[in-house]
Design a protein around this ligand. Sequence first.
Ligand code: NAI
Length: 630
Amino acid sequence: MQNKKHFIIDFDSTFTKVEALDILGEIALETHPGKEEAIRRIKEVTDLGMEGKISFRESLEERISILHANKKHLPVLVNRLKNLVSESFVRNKEVIKKNPEQFYILSNGFKDFIIPVVSDFGIKPENVFANDFEYDTDGNIVGFNKNNILSSNNGKPKQIESLKLDGEVHVLGDGFTDYEIKKAGFAKRFYAFTENVKRNAVIENADHEAPNLDEVLYHHKMERALSYPKNRIKVLLLENIHEHGVEKLRQEGYTVDVHPAGMSEEELKEAIKDVSILGIRSKTNVTKSVLENANRLLSIGAFCIGTNQIDLEECQRKGINVFNAPYSNTRSVVELAIAEIILLMRNLPDKAAAMHQGNWDKSAKNSFEVRGKTIGIIGYGNIGSQLSVLAETIGLKVVYYDIEEKLALGNAYRCHTMEELLGLADIISLHVDGRQENKNMIGEKEFSQMKEKVVFLNLARGHVVDVQALTKYIKSGRIIGAGVDVFPAEPMSNNDEFISELRGLPNVILTPHIGGSTLEAQKNIADYVPSRIMDYINTGSTSGSVNFPNILLPTLKNAHRFIHIHQNEPGILAEINRVLAQHDLNVVGQYLKTNEQIGYVITDIDKNYDEEVIKELKKIKATIRFRVLY
Ligand code: NAI
């Protein structure tokens, strides 16, 4: 028979996020002139006691004398504390309520406020061991019961000893007095609880650091709110990912490791071994050989648009879900396009350059308003369609052409052929994707079909324009202005020279592929990618995935979710359902989506399952990965 387990839990900064006497001080001293100084001293004395630097009794006596608290303050304190219970305790409230006799509160704080807070979790008053206040006849708190063991130095071990608990004793706490129980030999294990505060002196002496209650419950294979504690999910972020993204993943409770630079294949092969989530930008190559070592990897976040630096096929084979941020910089590209259109229509690049050379050339020649002109947008996707809306607001007429059926926004007119568009537009802006068939899609023939004196923009991909032809048409004056942000061959780094026949041509704005490079876009990316990853980890949702079939799943309450990833072969769903039926499990929801390579099946069941069913589901042929949520 399994040994009975008793969990001895500290109250201040463990069960709750705060030190209750600090809060009582804030309430009692609210109108007191020396409030700030008194609260500072209460905190200081608390810490000195916690770290074992002054005796516990000294610390308690001093704090009570500064407090000036009264019985009437206690209901206010209890209300505040109820809202300040540590997140992982709140998350596991129902679990504690099911077996409250296993949980004890052992605190140097006071029963007067602890019992009302923990009783919401089903913990009985007889399982609460703490001090008692002493009041005078007006209800003022004037001291504490000095006969209570817990008011003495080393009180916690003495209290546990006196309980003579039958079975294993495990202690969770953030302070030195909690460790003393283990030190005195009355506990099997001491967990340094670090969800709210981290005290190195305490962590060093602990058997195990517990960043939350989930970790302790997981460690003991007990029922719990989360199937897998989030702190056990290791995240590796490379290439200086925006701090907003780092913070978001940390706040979720993951253990996040950050590296400013990229990593070579060899370095990454080593670093990836125990990583569950990898975040990269465009410089890190996630090759097949890296993935061979990535046995815990669940997801890769590409904090950029492109994903060709990642071996997507191999990721799929291993059940690793890849996300990117395709729309986060759309607005940035659109704003740059609008700015360039206005600058080029006024011949500003040349005018500004001439001024810097000392030349004053005041003239309206080749300067036009954009109002009433026609812009032709080729590629009416995310960027093209948003440009359409913004262009109309500054008075441009919009015509567009897309190979796919795209609904017109605002008053835009959809051209049936590209030729039709080329014959109508005064300004032509390219926003097609970089698929191979689009190589040189704008060349000699297309330039020759344009009107006289057009402004031309390419902020899409370098290889879609024949640069030689563009150069010729600029030199001939047929194109009166051009904005080019992307090039067939771009320098590898900021140290390499930019070589192009477009250099030095009149009224041409050349920019180093910065259409999407704004701080706002970086922040959007840092927001979007972690959200997708967290959704995937928490609900199984694959919405926005680059290499998994996309499913947006409902969040689930009071059920378990089985996630099964398999190679796309016939009969797997039937096989899953056969196993579930054999174990008499009631399916409350099931979702299946496949792509050419893999199938993704989500099954929600409404009651507890035994481990056998998991083993059998994992054994189904063609299974790549299996995960249980909740
Ligand atoms: P998207 O995929 O949403 O839209 C592309 C559209 O082009 C689609 O509607 C597609 O049907 C259409 N299309 C493809 N080939 C075509 C053709 N031959 N003729 C007509 N239409 C065609 O892409 P999104 O997000 O709007 O991006 C557009 C381009 O902008 C991409 O090439 C992307 O790489 C580039 N980009 C450039 C940035 C920069 O820093 N300069 C930043 C972000 C994106």
